[in-house]
Design a protein around this ligand. Structure first.
Ligand code: THU
Length: 133
């Protein structure tokens, strides 16, 4: 599956966004090396901070099925925003724990697309090397 197809899958997840407070819809789709796809969307809450972002939903679903960072080929994260939106700070910290540093992260808002990775999005990480040595 190429970048364009994975982005299309992420837009399918976006359709399931539960975002009555922000109306900002985000979708994510993870492609595993064996071809398995995991979807995530943003799930908001009346208690705003309890909201779960799309990319965290997707990566937690992926890990919950036993897949690990080496099994992940790429992730697409898409939104209905006016410009491409990159993962929030909390999601960057989660992605730096659960993705390999150079795993492709495709971002799109339907009109623009770009490719990045968590090493670029979160330089000077606090990660497991700090804790475990
Ligand atoms: N959101 C995500 O799903 N991912 C991000 O990385 C940025 C923010 C969601 C959370 C909330 O439901 C909405 O976008 C507006 O902040």
């Amino acid at each position: 599956m190429d970048r364009k197809a994975l982005i299309e899958e992420a837009f399918k997840a976006l359709e399931n966004s539960y975002s009555p407070y922000s109306n900002f819809k985000v979708g994510a789709c993870i492609l595993c090396r064996d071809g398995t796809l995991f979807y995530g969307t943003n799930i908001e809450n009346a208690s705003y901070p309890v909201t779960n972002c799309a990319e965290r939903s997707a990566v937690f679903a992926c890990y919950s099925r036993g897949y690990r960072e080496k099994d992940i080929e790429a992730i697409a994260i898409v939104s209905n925003g006016a410009r491409i939106s990159a993962p929030c700070g909390a999601c960057r910290q989660v992605l730096c724990e659960l993705l390999e540093p150079l795993t492709p992260i495709y971002l799109s808002n339907g009109t623009e697309e770009m490719e990045t990775n968590i090493q670029r999005l979160l330089p000077m990480q606090f990660n497991r090397k700090d804790v475990l040595g």
